[in-house]
Write a protein that binds this ligand. Structure first.
Ligand SMILES: Cc1ncc(COP(=O)(O)O)c(C=O)c1O
Length: 473
């Protein structure tokens, strides 16, 4: 009988497999301590392997683990200390261990899971405490995109009660965010029936922050025209430059007009806990909801985002429901009554274990360290004869820099070519950004392994490669 053969068991190789996996992980962690000078690229043999058809015969598990490790080694790993592209993460070691535990137990948080449900609630409370937001409830999600959509679904129901059932009918609606908000806000507008064209891009100031005066004017104009504002999304750390919108002033504009205020802090919100950046987040205690990605600047592996709301009832009003396959016990809400997703893994465990093991001060220090690295990059580039910087210092941990060579006629083409050449060189992985129509290099520091020496090396490598690629433009 197949049931008795346990065709998917590792049998007596189970412990050997676990020990082998542990050796692979330990080797990777040692390698992540220091940046490597060359990248391992997929070999021709690996490309062939990755085009093989569905296996009809199994492979020895030790050999299989080695193949998996080879593929990972030839991949772009954000855990490496000189991965400075986009918004990286770190694969925090204790977080990776927590993932192994969580995935082994494979708990489902769609319904009450006893201990794990209590742990998720405690982690939400710790996170709220860490950030300084008075959360009444929250849940872990798969990313900032889903956290933002979840918050805006709740905002829509508050602005137009009953719209989750009846739709928005003939109501004209709008959503407000800075001109530099993340696309996930537009995506939410698309999915929630608000419509991307009804997202009002609020003008920004010279530090690239939303202008509250212009926001107030735009809301007033919509209300006067019979349009219902669904929400304002303030960004606490824009993806492009790390600008933090002035939350306290925006909160006043929203309170006066009874409009939901959501803070998209997917990237930047953890900096509310670091001494030198905390003042930028004044007013956070006044908002309705916040998103934060622990898989970005709280260093744990993907995917671990959280949505926190001031009032639990707002989530319940938007999401609670009765289905025969998930009955309610007494008046208790199920987890699926306060969030968008059904089956949910125990994402909270990695943050819970990391906070338990390292303590909150270690996180504040690591975030502050990244902020200092961004400022060091700014100072070094500003004082360098062949780099230019933005007019204002970085607000968080993104420092756009530009290589400027006297003989070079097209600096945009030059910086674009430089960035691509750095990506091929392998010592530093960096991404470009277009700011006001011009191409910049955009190092972003969100890795606890990155050091100030990595900042110096990054600038030196950029200058060396920049001089070498200069010829074409
Ligand atoms: C400000 C901001 N919001 C939302 C997101 C989307 O987050 P995720 O990629 O986790 O869905 C990002 C991603 O970089 C971001 O920077």
């Amino acid at each position: 009988m197949t049931g008795d053969r346990r065709p998917l068991s590792l049998g007596d190789q189970r412990e050997a497999a676990l020990e082998h996996a542990a050796r692979i992980v330990a080797r990777a962690w040692r390698e992540f301590d220091e940046a490597r000078d060359v990248e391992t690229l997929p070999s021709a043999a690996m490309v062939d392997l990755l085009e093989e058809p569905l296996p009809e015969h199994g492979t020895d598990v030790i050999a299989g683990l080695d193949l998996a490790a080879d593929v990972l080694d030839a991949s772009l790993a954000q855990s490496r200390p000189r991965y400075l592209a986009y918004i990286g993460s770190s694969g925090l070691e204790v977080g990776a261990l927590a993932d192994l535990l969580a995935h082994s137990y494979d708990i489902n948080l769609a319904l009450d899971a006893r201990g794990a449900t209590l742990l998720e609630k405690q982690t939400i409370a710790w996170l709220a405490d860490f950030l300084g937001f008075p959360a009444g409830a929250g849940s872990f999600t798969s990313g900032g995109t889903i956290s933002n959509i979840t918050a805006l679904a709740a905002a829509r129901e508050r602005a137009l009660p009953g719209s989750r059932s009846a739709g928005m009918g003939g109501h004209r609606v709008s959503l407000f965010c800075s001109a530099e908000a993340h696309y996930s806000v537009m995506r939410a507008a698309e999915l929630l029936g608000i419509g991307k064209d009804n997202v009002r891009p609020v003008p920004i100031d010279d530090r690239r922050r939303m202008r509250p005066d212009r926001l107030a004017d735009l809301i007033e104009a919509d209300v006067a025209a019979g349009v219902t504002p669904i929400a304002v999304v303030a960004t606490a750390g824009t993806t492009l430059t790390g600008a933090v919108d002035p939350i306290a002033e925006i909160a006043i504009a929203c309170r006066q007009r009874a409009v939901w205020l959501h803070v998209d802090g997917a990237y930047g919100l953890p900096a509310a806990a670091a001494a030198s950046t905390a003042p930028l987040f004044t007013g956070l205690d006044q908002v309705d909801s916040v998103s934060v990605d622990a898989h970005k600047w709280m260093f744990v592996p993907k995917a671990c985002s959280a949505l926190l709301v001031r009032n639990k009832a707002d989530l319940a009003t938007a999401f609670s429901h009765n289905e025969a396959y998930i009955p309610h016990e007494d008046d208790e809400l199920n987890a699926v009554d306060v969030t968008l997703e059904y089956s949910r893994p125990l994402r909270a465990l990695k943050l819970w274990l990391a906070l338990r093991v390292h303590g909150a001060p270690a996180f504040r220090d690591a975030i502050e360290g990244n902020v200092q690295q961004a400022r060091l990059m700014y100072d070094l580039a500003r004082d360098h004869p062949r780099f230019e910087v933005r007019l204002h210092e970085p607000q968080l941990s993104i420092t756009p820099i530009r290589h400027v060579l006297p003989g070079c006629t097209d600096h945009d083409a030059h910086n674009e070519a430089l960035c691509r050449a750095m990506q091929h060189d392998g010592r530093v992985y960096i991404s470009p950004a277009i700011i006001d129509g011009h191409t910049w290099l955009r190092p972003c520091f969100t890795n606890f392994r990155t050091t100030q020496e990595d900042v110096r090396v990054t600038l030196a490598v950029a200058d060396e490669i920049g001089q070498a690629v200069c010829g074409g433009h």
